[in-house]
Design a protein around this ligand. Structure first.
Ligand code: GTP
Length: 598
């Protein structure tokens, strides 16, 4: 096995442009699995991932390819998550490669997310191979898309393979391009060990499994390794690669991509981006770019009525074992009791965790509106970082507040420029500039407050542009803003779980919107239920749920007992999903309405 016959690459693509389908074809072509053995999408192994059709966790697979020049090559395909929430993981997996396939859907062209990932790849000096996909579709316009890639990214597309990943057309061209264009890895086998962790997860049998790229030195079972960010050491139990299954090897050398297991108990000790070295003969400089990921979005997660606080904690702990970017700590809410404040990389990450709690752990949970981290400077000079609106100090003590701002790129057909501008304006965006990508497509750049982006920006963008626009953003910094705490009172009682921090310009609109929505989702009671939105002691919106007149059972009067029982049963079912707030029963979905907005 020689370094010169190794190729390490990732696939960069916008969601739905065909990354997983191409990966499948490459796997199939290189004979790793027969199509029959292959589950529809090998690289996306989590159920949830498959259902959502997006790649969450990255993995690596080794392919063996006999090229037209007669030589055999080891191709390490490293999967990358395609979503903005997981940008850091994308950058680390790209750092493990020498090249990247840029898959562009020939009916769509380049999207914001693709471009963001291309920039990450260019930063790592990767060789980028453009691949034009979906040429089987009648609406394909490969020549235009090639020109677009050349104009925007400045890479030559003359030899770009035109493929149909779905129909398996011209996949050989892709494999040949990989062998010809992507540089072989280089690295000194005699130097002290230097390996990059680009993914890690917890396996209940083997403990933490780290996916690594070796840059220098050798890693083998029995040796003691050290994590450079924490200084902790572990003994290596196994190294190997993934082909169609785990395959143990006696060592991994420079250029190799594979897995390592050691006596590591928690993924927190095997952080993505960290450098592994030899404990006895350590390197003096870690690989560049290690960054501890910080959550951007927070929300409260509470057990639903009847659920156990401890089982929610156990579930969160279990999820955290596999997800070093999930953070949580206990908190209490007047309305919801004991629960947890959880931090996530972004909204998608938050949704995934919520869904996993419900599905994998069979828990009924209530989540509060997501919040970002605000910086509060008090009159006494103290600076606080707050992600729970309930912890906001009284207004009289606040000198000023700052909110996180992201720089966003939106790519859209020119037809929707007006609609996008209106939306961004409405979301308190600051227009920076706009550039033409091709005759009928532009990239627009805005600074936007993150708290506006996390509400429904993405949905609104999609609906205003019929799904044609794409969005990418990254944190830029903090900026002073006129922010207020908006409270919701139900039947006169302040429900802390509904409190949000809003810009003063938005307070009235949001307050009214939430009150209206709550009116629709909270069932009628025996008495009238007022719903109020308030800033401090000032009521800014009010709705009333009228009192119920008929008894549910009245309908069954004289009916047979089993029917009555069924109805009661049904009511009980319904009740489980309710939260008692004072005398009022509030369904769980009410807690989500605070997020929605139109
Ligand atoms: P994420 O995993 O969500 O990032 O998406 P992806 O980029 O991996 O896309 P995926 O491979 O799941 O493909 C998205 C859709 O496009 C699927 O319905 C595929 O069947 C379809 N598709 C992929 N390649 C082709 C192609 O060459 N032609 C046609 N017609 N459809 C394709």
């Amino acid at each position: 096995k020689k370094q010169k016959n190794i190729r390490n690459f990732s696939i960069i693509a916008h969601i739905d442009h065909g990354k997983s389908t191409l990966a499948d074809r490459l796997i199939e072509k290189t004979g790793m699995l027969t199509s029959r053995e292959m589950q529809s999408q090998v690289l996306d192994n989590m159920d949830l991932e498959r259902e959502r059709g997006i790649t969450i966790k990255l993995k690596a697979v080794r392919l063996v390819y006999k090229a037209k020049n007669g030589e055999e090559y080891l191709l390490n395909l490293i999967d990358t998550p395609g979503h903005v929430d997981f940008n850091y993981e994308v950058s680390r997996s790209l750092a493990a490669c020498e090249g990247a396939l840029l898959v562009v859907d020939s009916t769509q062209g380049i999207e914001a997310q693709t471009l963001a990932n291309v920039y990450l790849a260019l930063e790592q000096d990767l060789e980028i191979i453009p691949i034009i996909n979906k040429i089987d579709l009648p609406s394909a316009r490969p020549e235009e898309v090639k020109k677009e890639i050349e104009d925007i990214i400045g890479i030559d597309c003359e030899e770009a393979p035109l493929i149909s990943a779905k129909e398996g057309l011209n996949i050989d061209d892709v494999l040949e391009e990989i062998v010809e264009k992507i540089p072989a890895p280089k690295g000194d086998v005699e130097a002290p060990l230097k390996a990059l962790i680009f993914d890690s997860y917890y396996d209940s049998y083997k403990g933490v499994i780290c996916y690594i790229r070796v840059f220098e030195g050798t890693i083998e079972p029995g040796m003691t390794i050290r994590m450079m960010s924490t200084g902790k050491s572990y003994e290596v139990t196994e190294v190997g690669v993934n082909t169609s299954k785990h395959m143990s090897l006696d060592k991994l050398e420079p250029g190799d991509v594979g897995f390592v297991t050691a006596s590591i108990k928690n993924v927190k000790d095997a952080r993505v981006g960290d450098t592994i070295t030899d404990h006895k003969n350590p390197t003096d400089s870690p690989l560049p770019g290690y960054k501890k990921v910080i959550p951007m979005v927070y929300c409260g997660i509470y057990p639903a009525e009847g659920e156990d606080f401890n089982s929610v904690r156990d579930a969160l702990e279990k999820l955290q074992v596999n997800d070093a970017s999930l953070v949580f700590e206990p908190e209490t809410s007047v309305a919801l009791g004991f629960g947890f404040r959880c931090g996530f990389l972004g909204l998608l990450h938050m949704e995934i965790i919520q869904e996993r709690l419900e599905r994998e752990f069979d828990l009924n949970i209530v989540t509060t509106a997501p919040s970002v981290i605000y910086k509060i400077t008090k009159k006494n000079g103290e600076v606080l970082e707050i992600q729970n609106p309930s912890n906001l100090p009284p207004e009289a003590e606040i000198e000023y507040m700052e909110e996180p701002i992201v720089s966003a790129s939106i790519m859209t057909p020119t037809d929707y420029v007006g609609a996008v501008m209106e939306l961004c304006q409405n979301k308190r965006g600051t227009f920076l500039n706009m550039e033409y990508l091709e005759e009928k497509r532009v990239a627009m750049h805005y600074d936007l407050p993150l708290n506006e982006v996390i509400y429904d920006f993405f949905d609104a963008l999609k609906s205003k542009t019929r799904g044609y626009a794409s969005l990418d953003y990254e944190l830029k910094g903090y900026m002073q803003a006129e922010l207020e705490k908006l409270d919701i009172l139900i039947n006169g009682e302040l429900v802390d779980a509904f409190s949000i921090i809003v810009h003063e310009e938005k307070a009235y609109e949001r307050g009214r919107n939430i009150a209206e929505r709550l009116k629709d989702v909270i069932p009628r009671h025996q008495f009238a239920v007022p719903i109020q939105a308030a800033i401090g002691s000032k009521i800014i919106a009010r709705e009333t749920i009228r009192a119920l007149r008929k008894d549910v059972l009245a309908k069954c009067y004289g009916g047979d007992i089993s029917r009555k029982k069924k109805l009661l049963e049904k009511q009980k079912e319904g009740k489980k999903r309710m939260r008692q707030i004072g005398a009022v029963e509030v369904p769980q979905e009410a807690f989500l309405t605070v997020l929605k907005y139109d």
